[in-house]
Design a protein around this ligand. Structure first.
Ligand code: OKP
Ligand code: ZN
Length: 342
């Protein structure tokens, strides 16, 4: 399997997030990619740098003002005399205006963000753009005839909506891959999101579309991030009605219950008869994950991969979460090797 990876990911580093009353280095840290890369090499996968893509490719799934904000945010912050990482301190929540974008950097940041756990540093744009190019490159390989490919994206993408960032995500790598496949002639594309957290951004992007099915298995938003999307009654709207499917599961879910939900999700995907599949591959369902509460062990990830392969559809894997850094490589490689039947 070909792997798209860019060393530019390392530029997204140095931010902190609030965790249990303290500012700590972000769980979404550069070493995650190092561990995955080492596992890819051990598995004998060919690792290649992403191709460049025009900025307009991003506008297939993102708002132009949003992309421009991300591209220039840190420079504006510096120009306003500030230093270090950027976190928003006010959001256009209920009772506040949402029809005006403030001109100042703090207001614009709050306008485009949905949480305060996603710092922007000087190199965030370079890294997020490189991750998007990894996803687009992996999609291009599959469009050119590869049966599968893996995009080693960092930062992740599935929480990023058309014009909102958050959840460690800036550009929606999986949505970009799915849209690229659509644009290359794959008529029906399914996105299956197996990250512990609901892929609210991907759901937002494809909410009203029937050409891209979004199916997600995740921890219930009643208790888990992102809290405000990912409930079972969300099924899409307009032309997209029925083309979003959510399978929320409680904290403490083990492989036994997970496997049942996976079968139901795979039935939904199979019923759609997709021409291609994008897997938002978060391995934060692992029992040792420091911010998650499912109970999958390393031996379960190859089983997940084997079940995905049963769909027999060209597949692009896009890296999302996974924060147990020492085990992340084995868990990701497990899915991919299980998929390949080895
Ligand atoms: C990103 B992905 C803990 C707050 C954590 C953000 C979680 C983002 C998960 N201090 N909130 O889906 O793995
Ligand atoms: Zn996650």
């Amino acid at each position: 399997m070909k792997v798209a990876h860019s060393p530019l990911h390392i530029r997204h580093d140095g931010g902190k997030e609030l965790h249990r009353g303290e500012l700590v280095p972000c769980f979404e840290m550069p070493v995650r990619a190092d561990y995955i890369l080492a596992a890819m090499r051990r598995a004998g996968f060919e690792v290649l740098e992403p191709r460049p893509f025009p900025l307009e490719s991003l506008l297939r799934v993102h708002d132009a003002g949003f992309v421009e904000f991300l591209r220039t945010a840190h420079a504006e912050w510096r120009a306003a005399g500030k230093e270090g990482f950027m976190l928003p301190s006010g959001f256009p929540a209920r009772a506040l205006r949402r029809d005006h974008i403030p001109t100042g950097i703090n207001g614009r940041m709050g306008y485009y963000a949905f949480d305060a756990s996603t710092p922007i540093v000087e190199g965030t744009w370079d890294a997020a753009l490189a991750a998007a190019h990894c996803a687009l490159t992996a999609a291009a390989w599959v469009a050119e005839g590869e049966k599968s490919a893996y995009a080693l994206c960092r930062p992740p993408g599935h929480h990023a909506a058309r014009s909102v960032y958050g959840g460690y995500c800036f550009l929606n790598n999986a949505a970009l891959a799915a849209q690229h496949l659509r644009d290359q002639g794959f008529g029906r594309v399914a996105v299956l999101d197996v990250d512990y957290h609901h892929g609210n951004g991907t759901q937002d992007i494809f909410w009203e579309r029937s050409d891209v099915l979004f199916v997600s298995i995740h921890a219930t938003p009643e208790t888990e991030y992102p809290y405000f999307l990912g409930y079972a009654d969300e099924r899409g709207e307009g032309a997209g009605e029925g083309y979003t499917r959510n399978f929320p599961l409680p904290r403490g879910t083990t492989w036994k219950e997970y496997g049942i939900a996976l079968d139901a999700a795979l039935d939904a995907v199979g019923g759609f008869a997709p021409d291609a599949l994008v897997v938002s591959l978060g391995v934060d369902t692992y029992e040792g994950d420091p911010i998650s509460a499912f109970k999958l062990s390393t031996e379960h990830f190859p089983r997940m991969g084997r079940r995905l392969a049963e769909l027999k559809v060209p597949t692009v894997f896009v890296q999302e979460g996974g924060y147990a850094v020492e085990e992340i490589g084995a868990n990701v490689a497990g899915v991919l090797e299980g998929f390949l039947g080895r």
